[in-house]
Design a protein around this ligand. Sequence first.
Ligand SMILES: Nc1ncnc2c1ncn2[C@@H]1O[C@H](COP(=O)(O)OP(=O)(O)O)[C@@H](O)[C@H]1O
Ligand SMILES: [Mg+2]
Ligand SMILES: [Zn+2]
Length: 278
Amino acid sequence: MSGSSASRRRGAAGREDAALRLDDQICAYCGRELEAEYFEFPPALQRKYGKTGEWYYHPCTSECEQKKERREWELMRRDARVASLKEKSGLTKRLKKYTLDNFNPHVSTNAGRARVKIDEYLAGWDDNREEGRGLYLCGDVGTGKTHLAVAVMTELIRRRRVPSLFVTVPEFLDNLRGAYNDPGRDIDEWMDAVKNADLLVLDDLGAEKPNAWVRERLFVVVNHRYREALPTIFTSNIGPKDLTEQLGDRTASRIIAMSEWVGLEGDDYRETAAREGR
Ligand SMILES: Nc1ncnc2c1ncn2[C@@H]1O[C@H](COP(=O)(O)OP(=O)(O)O)[C@@H](O)[C@H]1O
Ligand SMILES: [Mg+2]
Ligand SMILES: [Zn+2]
């Protein structure tokens, strides 16, 4: 504390009780205790805030101040980066609400197992990314496949700032088809984003009855991501056998090779929740 000026500002009454300083402020960069000064409020503010004044901490050396500013700037840039990644993620407002925290692992044995696998997947992200390993969330409608896929993606954006993209397969195919009628639309750019996203969620694979064209489009994406070792999270209501039947062996075998299987077969959460009045 810089004694003279502090006591000067403490005013004539000099009520030490109000000026009691509970915590010392330490410079986070050099560990030095920061100089503190007590500023007494004018009477009107004293009444408004219900206290006589406030401690003011002097900044540390200009070197530390610069470090602090740089750090704050980095944090701001990081937040901006996360926000911008979320913006480009393809997540709708509804999907953005799906988090790990609000996924209930107790609704079924498989939900609990899935949650454990998801945690392991996130913990092993560096290796998974390196090896292009993704997830295949498999189960009936309403078992939480989309919820978990989105939660993983959101966690990786937040924790690791992974450029991620969420695409539903039917929407993906519609977009490709639409492009044939609308030459102004940059289909190559869209396809490029899907093919090259650091993390891609392909939601509802196999929801659509595939014709040769659909199979080919999906093969192009899957094959590219397989070769480039880019992790993909698939959600689907079809198992490995039907996958081969629906998408063909070339695509199915690559999907199986590049993803860890997470079975979510169990009760429909929406029905269970309605039944139990959740
Ligand atoms: N275990 C769970 N905990 C909390 N909410 C869940 C769970 N499973 C599903 N839900 C919710 O139920 C709804 C349907 O889940 P969703 O992930 O869309 O199912 P799926 O993609 O398997 O059809 C969503 O609103 C989702 O948030
Ligand atoms: Mg779904
Ligand atoms: Zn310092």
